[in-house]
Write a protein that binds this ligand. Structure first.
Ligand code: PAZ
Length: 304
């Protein structure tokens, strides 16, 4: 097995935990699910059907922003994550520039492509995308808030993109909660303070990356991200994710320096990517996406 294809071995997949997570999660709703499936189908068909010159677009799913963990079913309070969605929004712009169609799975209210410094706001949707930016039809935005919505949407997306084989890519920059309150053990109403200090037991969110790789979209090129605040453990954790979840690449980053530098961990070695300090406003995502697009091309070549 070569460095691009990765190893074929998968860690034991916790199917029972995954099933119970999805079974107990509040459903997206039949109407919403049908609408998303239809949108996805149309989007993939539009971008993946060979055009007159016989070319198809590659499709990347970029996940962005952090998931929330509700503490009450009629949610008043929740645990949140720091992620601003800047990485996902910036990367989306560079993937579009590289000719990819992008499904942008993003946390409501976080940074958006082409208006990264502005919040996600329905008012902004009133402005039309100009024809020069050439993104009409190649960007599909799907919002999420909770861990339940995020993982259900990711599964839906992966199953829809499965038919694209190696032309599909997952670029998983979202910060996904490791712990959650299972729906069935969650308080229904607002938690009351009268009963004294609050004890909450958080369950572990089952790891979905191995099942994404093995079952949902086995031919897709998969990149996950690893964030740490302790630099001493960053590379070790990223290497572990590479092997354990059978990722093609893991992008390691440290909280404070994440906008300046990332380390791409692959089976054939690590590559440090820095933003161009000589250019004001240069993004680290520009060289990062370039490297990933090159590796994706090599992967596609190796599969044909
Ligand atoms: O969203 P942002 O630009 O503020 O930060 C990006 C990031 C640090 C969330 C991303 O690069 C990342 O590492 N995501 C995975 C985090 C993790 O679960 O380890």
């Amino acid at each position: 097995m070569d460095a691009i294809n990765g190893s074929e071995s998968f860690e034991e997949i916790p199917y029972a935990d995954i099933k119970s997570f999805f079974d107990s999660a509040p459903a997206l709703g039949d109407a919403a699910e049908t609408k998303i499936k239809e949108e996805l189908e149309k989007f993939i068909k539009r971008n993946y059907s060979p055009s007159e010159n016989g070319t198809t677009r590659r499709v990347v799913c970029v996940t962005s922003g952090g998931t929330t963990v509700p503490l009450e079913q009629r949610c008043v309070r929740y645990i949140d994550n720091f992620s601003s969605g800047h990485r996902g929004a910036a990367s989306t712009e560079y993937f579009l520039k590289a000719g990819y169609a992008v499904v942008f799975l993003y946390r409501k209210g976080t940074c958006q492509p082409y208006c990264r410094s502005l919040p996600d706001d329905p008012l902004l949707e009133c402005f039309e995308v100009t024809s020069e930016s050439n993104i009409t039809g190649t960007l599909l935005k799907l919002p999420f808030t909770t861990i339940f919505e995020y993982l259900q949407l990711l599964q839906l997306l992966a199953l829809s993109m499965r038919s694209l084989g190696p032309n599909a890519m997952f670029y998983l920059a979202a910060a996904v909660s490791d712990f959650y309150v299972p729906w069935e053990s969650m308080a229904v109403h607002k938690i009351q303070s009268a009963s004294g200090p609050l004890d909450i037991r958080l369950a572990q969110v089952p790891k979905m990356l191995p099942v994404l790789r093995k079952d949902w979209a086995p031919m897709a090129f998969c990149i996950s991200f690893k964030l740490e605040t302790d630099t001493k453990i960053l590379l070790e954790k990223a290497n572990m994710a590479l092997k354990k979840y059978n990722m093609h690449m893991v992008v390691a980053n440290e909280l404070k320096t994440r906008k300046e530098e990332v380390i791409v961990v692959t089976k054939s070695g690590n590559i440090t990517i820095r933003r161009d300090m000589t250019q004001a406003g240069a993004d680290v995502e520009e060289p990062l996406v370039k490297l990933i697009v090159d590796r994706h091309s090599a992967y596609i070549g190796s599969q044909s």
